[in-house]
Design a protein around this ligand. Structure first.
Ligand code: NAD
Length: 261
């Protein structure tokens, strides 16, 4: 339980990869602040389960990642009620699949706000606390799409490439403060985000569900297997260890070989 006494905020952690990060940090004893949308009773059940796992406090904060003031308030609430934040994970994300000439402008704005700008606000609010503590871990869930593109995902690919650049810049700025900043870039992970884009991809490319799964999603992944949320979370836990203190400014793939091709 090497994270006992430390606190972690994971944005977008009511589901998928974010929930896996929260569980993995709790398993190492961290107090965790979870965030995201969903059914109140289900969120409360997850929150209570995190406390049972960690033996430390777990809180839920409903901050909307499109709202700067809500993000700043969530970070301050973590500081006041859990300490830190020692670890922040910028993970909340949405997707929309359409060609640029048909891409709704409001979807573009929402994806850039949630998938990219929220990470800036999280860092802006958390870095002063981390500098004061002389220790911090900043992790962002980027994507294989921070390194390569796919058609019909303009906003997502732009946001994730942005995360890669923000990660490098922040790493340089805080390098002498005991704070590391890294991105984790998964390939296709089986979560609601992936499941929900299947109907749009079917429509955009005129394919069946099976064709989207095998010929579009797993076509890019040499292992022919979806990545699991737990595999992604295990890397985040490693990045929090003292042994990982020299890993900073990195964009680490967990993509079954996708971007090696
Ligand atoms: P998911 O849909 O299961 O989870 C997304 C989370 O973000 C949820 O908790 C949701 O409530 C939250 N969220 C959405 N909009 C929000 C907002 N405005 N404010 C606060 N929270 C909000 O998706 P996931 O697959 O677990 O994705 C998590 C991250 O991983 C995203 O950044 C995504 O781009 C990235 N990613 C996913 C995959 C994949 O294949 N699933 C691959 C690479 C990267």
């Amino acid at each position: 339980m090497f994270l006992k006494g430390k606190s972690a905020i994971v944005t977008g952690s009511t589901s998928g990869i974010g929930l896996a990060y929260a569980k993995a940090f709790a398993a190492e004893g961290a107090s965790v602040m979870i965030n995201g949308f969903g059914d109140a009773a289900a969120i409360e059940q997850e929150r209570a389960a995190l406390e049972a796992t960690s033996g430390a406090k777990a809180l839920y904060d409903a901050a909307d990642m499109t709202k700067a003031e809500a993000i700043e308030a969530m970070v301050k609430r973590c500081h006041d009620e859990l300490g830190g934040p020692d670890i922040i994970v910028n993970n909340a994300g949405i997707q929309h699949v359409a060609p640029i000439d048909e891409f709704p402008a409001d979807k573009w704005d929402a994806i850039i706000a949630i998938n990219l700008t929220s990470a800036f606000h999280m860092m802006h609010a958390a870095i002063p606390y981390m500098k004061a503590a002389k220790w911090g871990r900043i992790i962002s869930t980027a994507s294989a799409h921070s390194l390569v593109a796919s058609p019909n995902k303009s906003a997502y690919v732009a946001a994730k490439h942005g995360i890669a650049g923000l990660t490098k810049t922040a790493a340089l700025e805080v390098a002498t403060h005991g704070i590391t900043v890294n991105a984790i870039s998964p390939g296709y992970v089986w979560t609601p985000l992936v499941e929900n884009q299947i109907p749009d991809t079917m429509k955009a490319r005129g394919l069946t569900r099976e064709q989207v799964m095998n010929d579009v999603l797993l076509a890019a992944q040499p292992t022919k297997e979806f990545v699991t949320p737990e595999q992604v979370a295990a890397l985040a836990v490693f990045l929090c260890r003292d042994e990982a203190k020299s890993i900073t400014g990195a964009n680490m793939t967990v993509d079954g070989g996708w971007t090696a091709a």
